[in-house]
Design a protein around this ligand. Structure first.
Ligand code: ADP
Ligand code: 5GP
Length: 193
């Protein structure tokens, strides 16, 4: 059995990455979305173990020292990291894994796993990004400003990704994402045959 494929998605916060990933998980069989740990507080609709494992800083720092993260980073003043055990188990079992990481975490993964498929999702503009975050009603004004200033820096790294998808019309962006996933699987199967 071939090991699963690893897909790494990055995008400035508010671009629509979770929306696209949720749809991919629902519509494409054999793909699992890795659940990250974070020290940020849950949003109203978020569930423990489904969207994130929510941790206190001390617990997160202890997990770092015990080397239980595949990668981790401090983003917008909070820790985020990927517990490695389940990702490895799924990949070894032949399941594809999709990881939603900031640019720092994505580049760490690329270094250790050069065969990871790297995908960057762009907002159509910073104005549209601001509007999406405002409409989501999850951030304070300070957190919104912080996310927008980091967004510009993150977009400067898009050349380090193999695929760049602009999420303007949601259905079009989803079709592009699904096609990157399917064509990566296709090329792996051809290489193995
Ligand atoms: P992220 O995971 O990148 O932070 P979300 O998936 O939470 O972003 O999307 C941010 C907001 O923008 C959500 O309210 C979502 O419904 C909305 N959204 C996502 N994609 C689009 C799109 N193409 N057009 C309009 N609104 C969108
Ligand atoms: P949010 O707070 O909006 O859910 O996520 C903020 C940022 O953290 C996003 O850029 C998201 O991709 C990133 N992120 C989520 N989980 C992880 C993770 O496990 N590791 C890293 N490095 N970044 C993550």
């Amino acid at each position: 059995m071939r090991p699963g494929y690893l897909f790494v998605l990055s995008a400035p916060s508010g671009t629509g990455k979770s929306t696209l990933i949720d749809r991919a998980i629902r519509e494409i069989p054999g793909i699992w979305h890795s659940v990250s740990a974070t020290t940020r507080k849950p949003r109203k609709y978020e569930e423990e173990g489904v969207h994130y494992y929510f941790m206190e800083r001390a617990e997160f720092e202890k997990t770092i020292t015990e080397v239980h993260f595949l990668e981790w980073a401090e983003v917008h003043g909070q820790y985020y990291g990927t517990p490695s055990e389940e990702v490895d188990r799924r990949l070894t079992g032949g399941e594809d894994v999709i990881m939603d990481l900031d640019v720092q975490g994505a580049l760490q993964v690329k270094k250790h796993r050069p065969d990871a498929v790297m995908i960057f999702i762009m907002p159509p503009s910073l104005e549209v990004l601001r509007k999406r975050i405002e409409d989501r009603r999850t951030e304070t004004e300070e957190s919104l400003r912080r996310r927008l200033s980091i967004a510009e820096k993150e977009m400067g790294h898009r050349d380090q990704y193999e695929h760049v998808i602009v999420n303007d019309v949601l259905d079009d962006a989803y079709v592009e994402l699904a096609s990157v996933i399917q064509s990566s699987r296709g090329s792996a199967d051809e290489a193995g045959s």
